[in-house]
Design a protein around this ligand. Structure first.
Ligand SMILES: [Zn+2]
Length: 69
C-alpha cells in the first residue's frame, strides 16, 4: 500500500505565541507570553523572568526552553 504523501504547507502562521522558560533563580519552568506587554515574574520565587520589548520578550532572568505552538 503506497504511503499517502503529505503536502507541506508554507508557514504562514507566526510561531511563538507562548514560550516555555526556566527561572534562573529557582529552576521553575513556566509558560509565558512570548510577546508580553507587562514584565513577567516567576510564580514560585517572584524573580523577574522577562521584560516586554515591543516584540519578543527580553528574557532578563530566565532561560528559553521552547515554543509551545
Ligand atoms: Zn523562580
Amino acid at each position: 500500500m503506497p504511503e499517502e504523501q503529505t503536502q507541506e504547507k508554507p508557514e504562514t502562521r507566526e510561531r511563538g505565541t507562548f514560550a516555555e522558560v526556566e527561572c534562573e533563580d529557582c529552576g521553575n519552568e513556566q509558560v509565558i507570553f512570548a510577546r508580553p506587554s507587562n514584565p513577567i515574574t516567576c510564580e514560585v520565587c517572584g524573580s523577574e523572568l522577562a521584560q516586554p520589548r515591543g516584540g519578543l520578550a527580553d528574557l532578563t532572568g530566565s532561560t528559553f526552553i521552547d515554543y509551545l505552538d
